[in-house]
Write a protein that binds this ligand. Structure first.
Ligand code: HEM
Length: 163
């Protein structure tokens, strides 16, 4: 469904739901990001092999800065909706010194494939659900799912263009 801005599948109402919940969760972003990353590895232990710094360890390093940084980045990029909005308005995503082109390149280089994006999506949605508790409606989950999909699709398209 298209809305006023013409962004297919992501309405202003959905943007409001994502941003509103992000405003709550951002105060606990450190813990939530750790939970988010733990869920990724729980759902798909194989994802660990892609993170060079995790390959040889059996446990999830609680304070691994790189690991946490990735979780925070993904969480924030989806939560602020900036990427989805920029993508629509400028045809390009630039977040915290990272361009879409670079995001495509790094994920391609690390061997990230489509099913991994599904795992990360599942983990993110579970994190939001846990964190928001009763306040998490199906509509809110759906809004996060769509915001994530916009970003994941943009990265995947860039990966295909570079491959
Ligand atoms: C790196 C975002 C999905 C694995 C990165 C970086 C960002 C990012 C911002 C850092 C790039 C830089 O150095 O500037 C995202 C977003 C995702 C996503 C927004 C989804 C929408 C995934 C998935 C995987 C993954 C599905 C695989 C499980 C990695 C790895 C790196 C990376 C291995 C390199 C980390 C390192 O070695 O430091 N990602 N990512 N990402 N991402 Fe993702």
């Amino acid at each position: 469904k298209s809305n006023q801005r013409g962004m297919v599948g992501f309405s202003e109402k959905q943007e409001g739901l994502v941003k509103e919940s992000w405003e709550v969760m951002k105060h606990d972003v450190s813990n939530l990001s750790l939970r988010f990353f733990t869920l990724i590895l729980e759902i798909a232990p194989a994802a660990k092999g892609m993170f060079s710094f995790l390959k040889d360890s059996d446990e999830i390093p609680q304070n691994n800065p790189k690991l946490k940084a990735h979780a925070v980045k993904v969480f924030k990029m989806v939560g602020t909706c900036e990427s989805a909005i920029q993508l629509h308005e400028k045809g390009e995503v630039v977040v915290a010194d990272t361009t879409l082109k670079w995001l495509g390149a790094i994920h391609l280089q690390k061997g990230v494939i489509d099913p991994h994006f599904e795992v990360v999506k599942e983990a993110l949605l579970r994190t939001v659900k846990e964190a928001m508790g009763e306040k998490c409606s199906d509509e809110m989950s759906g809004a996060w799912a769509d915001a994530y999909d916009h970003l994941a699709t943009a990265i995947k398209n860039e990966m295909k263009a570079e491959a």
